[in-house]
Design a protein around this ligand. Structure first.
Ligand code: LRH
Ligand code: MN
Ligand code: MN
Length: 388
């Protein structure tokens, strides 16, 4: 085991998991939002908290922003502010789900004026990306209908394609459009981008720089998500992940908490498909909220969970697995896979961190640092973050 860990250790170098600015704000359910002491009041404070996650883990060098939640006057200044803290500004997430105009749709709306307003919001996001140095524009659409007959589902696909085309044509350099799908919610009868197939069809029509975002919480229970991962990688269209955990629906709990085995299986397919490591374009992000737990420790636990399952997935002896698969040795193949999953890599990762000047136990180191007490004392009246 030690030898195998040593073999895979170099592959863990440079692993990056983007954290979402909204994870540091207060969030909750429709029943109650519990305020957490020390919650950031500004975007700058969210960045400062995110920088702590990176400081103690070395795993989270960039922060995703959500517009308008993180709207500021000067994005150049925000970029420099982040860099001074040791992090970068990452993916820009658009938001067309909190405006009365969008009650019946945004990019799909029948009213040209409303569609145009939603398109312009995305063009503003692209402009922001220029200033923040972000590569990805991530689009999730809260669009659909609640009742059969309410909407012309096919007409909405056509309008969506047209709106996305206008947005896509505005991208420049290495910028990408990343289209996220979600099975249901807030629309319950039909959703305009409900699954990877629809997202794929839409981005394939746009061109090379349009790709799919897979949010792990956006599938029906029991869905084989790693199969979708494998398929999107095959098609060259896996753009990014929004990692989180779910027990029921879009719970947005800590990644790897509900089903670490699923996270392992997903990461295995990424590694198998060449979507992991310095040559991969796939962006690994968290999309989570911390309703009852403290937010910075919640994010630290999350990125560590991803690192841990990555190490375990790297431990799969792929040559032996291929041989067993080709020999039709069902039980041996399964055993090889499970051996890696059941390997406790935590002591090895602790030593690996220490060798790199990081704390062996990032969680304990953060809790001992005094940062949490400081923000709880300093910040009063935190902003409400958007919910997922
Ligand atoms: C939608 C979603 C999407 C949003 C985020 C706040 O459920 O996953 O990624 O941008 O939540
Ligand atoms: Mn998401
Ligand atoms: Mn979600």
């Amino acid at each position: 085991m030690t030898t195998r860990f040593e073999q895979i250790a170099p592959l863990l170098e440079g692993q990056a998991i983007e954290v979402p600015s909204w994870a540091y704000g207060n969030s909750g359910t429709r029943f109650k939002v519990f305020g957490t002491p020390g919650t950031p009041r500004t975007v700058e404070e969210k960045l400062a908290d995110a920088a702590q996650v990176h400081r103690f883990t070395g795993l989270a060098p960039s922060v995703a922003l959500h517009i308008p939640w993180d709207r500021v006057d000067d994005y150049d200044k925000l970029r420099r502010y982040a860099e001074d803290l040791g992090v970068r500004l990452g993916t820009i997430n658009s938001n067309t789900f909190q405006d009365d105009d969008y009650k019946l749709g945004a990019l799909t709306h029948t009213d040209r004026r409303i569609r145009q307003k939603a398109i312009e919001h995305h063009l503003e996001c692209i402009e922001i990306m220029g200033a923040t140095g972000s590569r990805d524009l991530k689009i999730w659409l809260a669009e659909g209908s609640n009742y059969p007959g309410q909407a012309d589902m096919r007409g909405r696909q056509d309008r969506l394609a047209e709106s996305l085309r206008t947005i896509y044509d505005r991208l420049s350099g290495d910028q990408r459009l990343v289209l996220e799908y979600k099975l249901f919610e807030p629309a319950f009868y039909h959703t305009d981008v409900p699954d990877w197939g629809t997202s794929y069809v839409q981005v394939a029509a746009l061109g090379e720089r349009a790709v799919v975002c897979l949010d792990t919480g956006h599938h029906a229970p029991g869905t084989n998500i790693e199969f979708i991962v494998a398929q999107l990688i095959r098609l060259g269209k896996l753009g990014s992940f929004d990692f989180n955990s779910r027990f029921y629906a879009d719970d947005d709990l800590i990644v790897g908490a509900a089903d670490p085995f699923q996270l392992f299986r997903i990461l295995f397919e990424c590694i198998r498909g060449g979507a992991f490591g310095p040559d991969s374009d796939v962006a690994y992000m968290l999309d989570q909220c911390h309703n009852i737990e403290k937010k910075v420790p919640g994010q630290i636990r999350s990125v560590l969970n991803v690192q841990e399952m990555t190490a375990r997935a790297l431990l799969v002896d792929r040559d032996a697995l291929t041989r067993a698969q080709e020999d039709g040795d069902v039980l041996l193949a399964n055993e090889i896979f499970m051996d890696a999953f059941y390997t406790d890599v935590r002591p090895h990762l602790a030593a690996w961190r220490e060798e790199r000047g990081l704390p062996a136990d990032p969680m304990r180191a953060y809790l001992a640092s005094g940062y949490q007490e400081q923000i709880e004392a300093d910040r009063v009246g935190g902003t409400q973050a958007g919910w997922n």
